[in-house]
Design a protein around this ligand. Structure first.
Ligand code: ATP
Length: 350
């Protein structure tokens, strides 16, 4: 278990990379830190590892305050995006390295390295040096080295980012299976929302040193707490349409919808109406509860097509199954099936 209390990091020069963070990562949990470049993900991971000391606040591992301890005394293993495996050592020596530091006898080290290598399908490669390995194999060596020392937690900083798209998907599945088997608490940094959704038990979405939302992938996907989270999550970006609460209902992009509960006409214009393209249907017939538009772009997504409509409220996107695409230039009405309403940028509870 990893607990953070009031964790703040201000770098010399004044950048507040972490701003009063509180979080508990449960024992055995796979936890993702997700956010755009510069939001503080790496700084947080390095602070948990002890490579960075906080300006204030504490880090505890399994209930013990480790804030003042050096990285080597924290019982965590970190895997970086460049793997940081030693080029002059063969695979066996790389995997066994943390055991050498712990002064484990040589015979036991070689035995343990072989055992971990077998689990990661590296047995054939034990005598090779890193230069003779592919990117995916190097990544597995870095993982093997992290596993060999049986840490209380794994800390991963974008470990899949140097792999090509196909290998990255394979490595993702592999990593998830391995983490399940080992049941070691894992904190995983990524800027790839699909990776976070696929891997994590819970995700923290970060922005500017703060955690904007912490939740399961389903919570983050279906109920993003702010429009920032809504626009960051999803393989196609959510439609976020400016809306106006009026006496007669909610005016959105040429449609008049019933006023959602919790909103009053006094809320005026500070309202955003959010619908994922996957929850937007297209109708060829005019409807008062739908957004009128003209089909301006079709993008092939394999089994589905992403349709962009030009509407009075701006661009609206919908996903339709392959073969059901309207022609370019056609008039269509986009019918929201599942919508979220934001007031002052915060999700309005249903
Ligand atoms: P990326 O996805 O690009 O790696 P990140 O979310 O991991 O970004 P951090 O590397 O944690 O972000 O950086 C957070 C903020 O702290 C950024 O504004 C960055 O410029 C700043 N920062 C990071 N390290 C230092 C440092 N050593 N000195 C000063 N500022 C720093």
């Amino acid at each position: 278990m990893i607990s953070l209390h009031g964790l703040t990091k201000v770098f010399p020069g004044g950048v507040r990379a972490l701003d009063d963070l509180a979080l508990t990562v449960e024992d055995g949990e796979f936890f993702a830190l997700l956010g755009p470049s510069g939001c503080g993900k790496t700084t947080l991971l390095r602070t948990i590892a002890g490579l960075e000391s906080p300006t204030s606040g504490t880090v505890a591992i399994d209930g013990k305050d480790v804030t003042a301890l050096a990285p080597g005394e924290r019982d965590v293993a970190m895997v970086f995006q460049d793997y940081a495996i030693f080029p002059h050592m063969d695979v066996t020596a790389n995997i066994a390295y943390p055991l050498r530091i712990k002064k484990v006898p040589r015979a036991r080290r070689v035995e343990k390295a072989a055992e971990v290598a077998a689990r990661l399908s590296l047995t054939e490669l034990l005598l090779r040096r890193p230069a003779e390995l592919s990117g995916g194999q190097q990544q597995r060596v870095a993982l093997a080295r992290a596993i060999a020392c049986h840490p209380a937690a794994f800390l991963f900083d974008e470990p899949l980012s140097n792999l090509d798209a196909r290998l990255r998907l394979e490595a993702r599945t592999f990593l998830k299976r391995l983490q399940r088997e080992l049941a070691v608490t894992t904190v995983f940094v990524t800027h790839d929302q699909a990776e976070a959704l696929a891997l994590a038990d819970r995700i923290a979405v970060m922005s500017k040193g703060s955690m904007i939302q912490v939740g399961t992938p389903a919570e983050i996907f279906h109920r993003p707490a702010t429009t920032f989270v809504a626009s960051f999550i999803g393989s196609t970006p959510m439609n976020l349409l400016p809306a106006q609460a009026t006496e007669s209902g909610l005016k959105v992009a040429g449609a008049l919808l019933p006023l959602p509960s919790g909103l009053t006409p006094d809320d005026g214009a500070a309202v955003t109406y959010g619908v994922r393209p996957e929850y937007m249907d297209l109708s060829a017939a005019e409807r008062p509860d739908a957004f009128p538009g003209v089909v301006s772009v079709l993008e092939n997504m394999g089994t589905h097509t992403l349709i962009t409509l030009e509407s009075p409220g701006g661009l609206i996107q919908a996903v339709v199954p392959e073969g059901e695409e309207p022609p370019l230039g056609a008039s269509r009405w986009a019918v929201p099936r599942r919508a979220l309403v934001y007031r002052d940028d915060r999700l309005l509870s249903p």
